[in-house]
Design a protein around this ligand. Structure first.
Ligand SMILES: Cc1cc2nc3c(=O)[nH]c(=O)nc-3n(C[C@H](O)[C@H](O)[C@H](O)COP(=O)(O)O)c2cc1C
Length: 170
């Protein structure tokens, strides 16, 4: 079967249309089995359930970072500020790579995951279930700890392939 340019099976078209749906941006951080710092940029992170508190994200099965992080089972979603587009792109480059953290003054969340300087909020999770869906996995985590670190900072929005500012009423 062939797919035209307007087909849902055309991934360029699919990405372009979904690019019109703004998302927040987090860097999911965690530790490898030997304590190495791990992180990747994720736009699909969302709250899933209030009672019990659950949150999750969709991760490509091609991800090299996620399998390393999943072994421990704890992660932290660092909600990026609008000014952090350098981090957004740095943690989206190919390859699970310790150098993603180079030069950053890293803190630690309650579950031991790296906290990035300048993050607006952090949400610690413990992996509860992982569902295989298409070419991605839906990772569902139990929320174990969460904080707003700087309520005055506008969060990052990703829209039509670019980073921007979630300031609405200030
Ligand atoms: C704004 C933005 C949002 C992204 N959201 C996701 C996402 O939700 N799921 C995903 O699998 N990759 C997402 N990516 C792509 C990953 O960051 C990228 O594939 C990265 O290389 C993954 O790191 P890894 O290969 O070390 O696992 C996003 C990238 C950007 C720039």
């Amino acid at each position: 079967m062939t797919h035209g340019a307007e087909s849902p099976a055309d991934s360029t078209h699919l990405r372009r249309v979904f690019g019109h749906l703004p998302t927040g941006v987090v860097i999911i951080t965690g530790l490898g089995v030997d304590g190495e710092l791990l992180g990747m940029t994720i736009g699909s992170f969302a709250s899933i359930s209030l009672d019990p508190p659950l949150a999750g994200f969709y991760i490509s099965r091609a991800s090299r970072t996620w399998p390393l992080m999943a072994t421990r089972g704890d992660f932290c979603a660092n909600v990026l500020a609008a000014s952090q587009s350098d981090l957004c792109w740095r943690f989206a480059k190919d390859g699970a790579d310790r150098s993603r953290f180079d030069g950053l003054d890293i803190g630690s969340s309650r579950n031991g995951s790296p906290v990035l300087p300048g993050a607006v909020a952090t949400i610690d999770c413990r992996v509860q279930t992982v569902h295989q869906i298409g070419d991605h996995d839906l990772v569902v985590g139990a929320v174990t700890d969460l904080h707003v670190l700087d309520a005055a900072l506008p969060s990052m929005v990703f829209f039509k392939g670019k980073t921007g500012d979630a300031r609405i009423d200030s």
